[in-house]
Ligand binder design. Sequence first.
Ligand code: ASP
Length: 261
Amino acid sequence: MKVSEDERIRTIATTMYNIFDCLAEVMMKIVSGIMQYAPIGVAVLICEVFAKNGAKVAGALLTVTIACFLGYAIHIIAVYGGLLAIFRIKIGTFFKEARTPFITAFVTRSSNGTLPTTFAAAENLGIDKEVYAFSLPLGATINMDGTAIYQGVCAFFLVMSTQGRGLTMGEMGMIVLLATLASIGTAGVPGAGAIMLAMVMSGIGFPIAEKTDLAGAYAMILGIDALLDMGRTALNVTGDLTCTACIAKKLGFVKADSVLK
Ligand code: ASP
């Protein structure tokens, strides 16, 4: 029997799809297995920072952590809450579904790794697949509000703690601009934002050179990065789902029985 060209290509495509789907599944299992040990890793990293720098750094790092999480909280309440209210989406209904991707992102620290749960949440919200299958992977790649907040806060901290002075308005503007751009370029994987932070510092004229105070302060931030990453990734993922829900509702790409209606 002669197999048509279309049929042949479809078979090859399906096989390739199944292979990559299988590999993705295996990766997810490996990552979630490793992530169970994340809290121990975070504790050890923080111990190392304290062992090297003494207890005096605790205050500074605590301030950075509180500033980041305060920024994340304000952003969720004011921006996401505001958007949901504008688009008349019930906040309780939305967060009932958004809770699982939020927690998954918090634990895995990866927007990309969280995609399967974000997809499931979008499906449960009754959003059409043609919208979320495009917007969620796009969001997991370029929409990083939490990362922008983190990079802004950390850049402020690094300049102020090593230069012993406040920031000029020009420097503040540059930090906001570069943190926003760097967040767009940050990959949705654990710790990527911390690497991009080094680029933000170079961009504002404070490159992190070896054996300088700045390098020491940056290393301190790296010590608590896992904790900061948990919060920013949860925010990044919630932002992707919020935008998807708002756009889908506005353009009518929701199922007849959707809870968003
Ligand atoms: N871990 C973050 C994410 O996956 C990226 C970052 O490190 O800021 O969204």
